[in-house]
Design a protein around this ligand. Structure first.
Ligand code: MN3
Length: 200
């Protein structure tokens, strides 16, 4: 399988002022683009992997040949995580549906508690990585992953993730990661989050 950079479903400037256009262009074209290209280069070495999806690669990392395993983990994870990330953003914010809100309230007690746990996980992720709202065996929970590690590798279903690599926010927010996380809630596509839950 030849992996390709997915197109954004909105203009690069559409998420302003929450996520600035320059960041979106570099993040999507250069960073995500490089993950896709590195992943293709690694996987092309092995015919046996030619039909594997990115999900399969990340779920069965221990079956990926050892010489490309770390490259696939980092760049396959980078491709997968960013694809999910773009899909879960929207310039046309709508609040979670009643059903989605009930799932969150049942799991966390309130929407605000979920947001606070998510922010805490995103702030405490030292260096580069992600914070996630996931569905696990025990229901909805908040986790974080280092680098480009993807929750799917740990058996979780990703519902919503925030990229807290500095490349995701530094041009606009510099060292103020907390402000970026607060702004992120204005561009979350809750319909996509709910759809992921329903499909799982
Ligand atoms: Mn990124």
């Amino acid at each position: 399988m030849k992996f390709t950079l997915p197109e954004l479903k909105f203009g690069t400037g559409a998420l302003e002022p929450y996520i600035d256009e320059q960041t979106m262009i570099i993040h999507h074209q250069k960073h995500h683009g490089a993950y896709v290209s590195n992943l293709n280069t690694a996987v092309e070495k092995y015919d046996a992997l030619s039909e594997w999806t990115v999900e399969s690669l990340l779920k069965k990392l221990d079956e990926v040949p050892e010489d490309i395993r770390m490259t696939v983990r980092n760049n396959g994870g980078g491709h997968y995580n960013h694809t999910l990330f773009w899909e879960s953003l929207t310039p046309e914010y709508k609040a979670p549906s009643d059903q989605m809100m009930k799932l969150i309230v049942d799991a966390f007690g309130s929407f605000e508690v979920m947001q606070a746990e998510f922010k805490d996980a995103a702030l405490k992720r030292f260096g580069s990585g992600w914070a996630w709202l996931v569905k696990g065996e025990g229901g909805l929970k908040i986790i974080s992953t280092p680098n480009q590690d993807a929750p799917i590798s740990e058996g979780y279903v990703e519902l919503l993730g925030i990229d807290v690599w500095e490349h995701a926010y530094y041009l606009n927010y510099q060292n103020k990661r907390a402000d970026y996380i607060d702004a992120f809630w204005n561009v979350v596509n809750w319909a996509v989050v709910e759809e992921r839950f329903n499909k799982s």
